[in-house]
Design a protein around this ligand. Structure first.
Ligand code: ADP
Length: 546
């Protein structure tokens, strides 16, 4: 027997309609590529999103057509989030930090019909334009005054001209909630980038889960500044969550350095933010050098890579900012787990509580987790046994766009599909998951596994160390042994012996790195994470030759 409740399709357009109706005067503030600060409201955003949809309709864009964007976090990008998805077309956010060949590849692979871009990316657009055969026009996200003269790009349109000429009375269409809404390519640390195609339904369910108190914990009393880019898994869902709960939004545009971010945090009284550890490191260094702290910041979500315990301590103890360590991936829209404490943890000694908090956390409702051994057998949740992490849920990928790479799922005895994350993890009795490595980063020494992340976390808690990266290097006897690449803090004095002595007793003896190499910096990839693959190549023979 079916229940007797109303059916309403879960559509992305309903988020901006809600924000307009219930939080119409709540602000969206953006640092613009043009250099100034722009401010308007959710109501303005909704009006202009309808103009975007109307303009795209006039250009002949239809349901399911892919529309690309190469843009920073800003109000025009937000209008595209709603204008494109709201009309039933597919928003394809492209990471401009990818190599130009990869950008051209994914524009072609997605068959983007139009490509919107911030002026910063004009040089990139010039290089790829010829190769993007499906793109009918490139649209510069600026006004007429700032349009580049002699851009050299054929079919160049101006965003403000385009929407100015369009009607703001556009009515959002209603269609199947399982329709494709958004396309994001994984950054392709291995092989070609693969497209993950979200649906309206998956995006809305993800937003409900992400807004929960033990996840982003966002409300109409928050001022949210997503440092994580809107081209990186929908800024972890923040543009949707903000509309759902009516939080004021602050977009940093291209200003991601410590000074620009700090000024915006203070001027707009930001209470919540989110980003990867490498960006936070830049901001924390800026605060330390200037003897500064935050006046309104309450919490920050840190994910995308392990949050070093030293960073967690600095945020909480020095700046009074609560850290929510979270784990996810493009294939999960991206949220999977958040390390939010349970009431029983509050009675623990602070240092023990920190150990729990440093884990990647427990599943948000909707996500099922399990860990399996090499033979696919499920492992116990004892916080000790480590195995490959598998997930399932209504915002987890079922297949990649155009079936790239074949069906990724593993099917269990009940016929349920599980997505293998490529991460190696433990799960404790309270359900807190801890990533010990990515399967390709695990150091396999004499058949046993060494967690590179554990060693890095301890090394970065040394007061003289800014960052530490542990990789597998070839070894004649043990196959692989750990090699630690460390970056010193400015003017700090520390030797390899000091660091080895610091690690002594904190990790198993046989985990001790065979060598420590001090480097000036480590390469960072398109999503702000350390490129371990490149370091592994570069240092692969280090222990054999030195
Ligand atoms: P890419 O694979 O291109 O880096 P994602 O941004 O989707 O794309 O990265 C997902 C991966 O990032 C996860 O599979 C995991 O290895 C890593 N990751 C994400 N969050 C964390 C975290 N809090 N701690 C450790 N690793 C994380």
């Amino acid at each position: 027997m079916n229940g007797l409740m109303l059916q309403k399709q879960l559509l992305i357009s309903s988020l901006i309609v809600h924000a307009d109706r219930h939080h119409g005067d709540t602000e969206i503030v953006s640092r613009r590529v043009e250099g100034d600060i722009h401010r308007y409201t959710f109501r303005d955003c909704h009006r202009r999103a309808r103009q975007v949809a109307s303009a795209l309709t006039d250009l002949g864009v239809k349901m399911s057509d892919r529309i690309g964007t190469l843009a920073w976090n800003g109000y025009r990008h937000m209008e595209l989030y709603y204008g494109i998805c709201g009309m039933g077309a597919v928003m394809h956010t492209i990471n401009p930090r990818l190599h130009e060949d990869q950008v051209a590849y994914i524009v072609e692979h997605a068959e983007d019909q139009y490509l919107f871009f911030d002026l910063t990316f004009l040089p990139l657009v010039k290089v790829i334009a010829e190769r993007c055969k499906t793109v009918k026009a490139f649209i510069a996200m600026t006004d007429r005054e700032h349009m580049p003269p002699d851009s050299g790009v054929a079919n160049l349109l101006c965003y403000e001209d385009l929407i100015e000429a369009s009607s703001s009375t556009y009515g959002w269409p209603v269609f199947d909630e399982d329709s494709a809404s958004t396309l994001c390519y994984t950054s392709g640390t291995t092989g070609n980038p693969k497209g993950v195609l979200y649906t309206h339904r998956s995006s809305l369910l993800h937003s409900y889960a992400a807004a929960l108190p033990d996840a982003l914990n966002c409300s109409a009393r928050d001022v949210v500044l997503p440092v994580v880019p809107m081209f990186h898994v929908n800024a972890w869902g923040i543009p949707y969550v903000a509309c759902m709960v009516g939080a004021k939004l602050v977009f940093p545009g291209p200003g991601l350095d410590g000074k620009s971010l700090y000024e915006l945090f203070e001027a707009e009284q930001v209470t919540f933010s989110a980003g990867v550890p490498t960006v936070w490191q830049g901001l924390l260094n800026y605060l330390e050098q200037g003897g500064l702290t935050f006046s309104t910041m309450k919490r920050t979500l840190i994910g995308g890579a392990t949050c070093p315990p030293a960073m967690l301590r600095e945020f909480e103890d020095r700046h009074g900012v609560e850290v929510l360590h979270a784990w996810g991936m493009t294939e999960l829209s991206p949220l999977g787990t958040v390390s939010a404490m349970k009431s029983k943890h509050l009675a623990m000694r602070p240092e023990d509580c920190r150990v729990v908090q440093s884990k990647q956390g427990r599943a948000v409702f909707g996500i099922d987790l399990k860990i399996v051994d090499a033979g696919g057998q499920e492992l116990a949740w004892d916080g000790v046994n480590a195995g490959e992490l598998l997930v399932r849920g209504p915002w987890v990928v079922r297949n990649y766009f155009r079936n790239e790479g074949g069906n990724p799922l593993q099917i269990d005895a009940n016929g349920h599909g599980w997505f293998p994350t490529g991460d190696v993890a433990t799960i404790d009795a309270d359900g807190f998951m801890q990533i010990t490595d990515r399967s390709k980063d695990v150091i396999k020494s004499g058949g046993e596994w060494i967690s590179s992340i554990d060693i890095e976390s301890i090394a970065t808690s040394h007061p003289a160390i800014a960052s530490a990266t542990c990789i597998a290097a070839k070894h004649p006897k043990w196959d692989e042994r750990p090699l630690l690449l460390a970056v010193k803090k400015p003017d700090a004095k520390v030797t390899a012996e000091d660091l080895l002595a610091f690690l002594d007793g904190k990790i198993a003896k046989w985990w001790t790195p065979d060598a420590i190499v001090f480097v000036d910096s480590v390469p960072v990839g398109a999503t702000g994470k350390v490129l371990k693959s490149r370091l592994r190549e570069q240092y692969s023979d280090y222990l054999l030759t030195s």
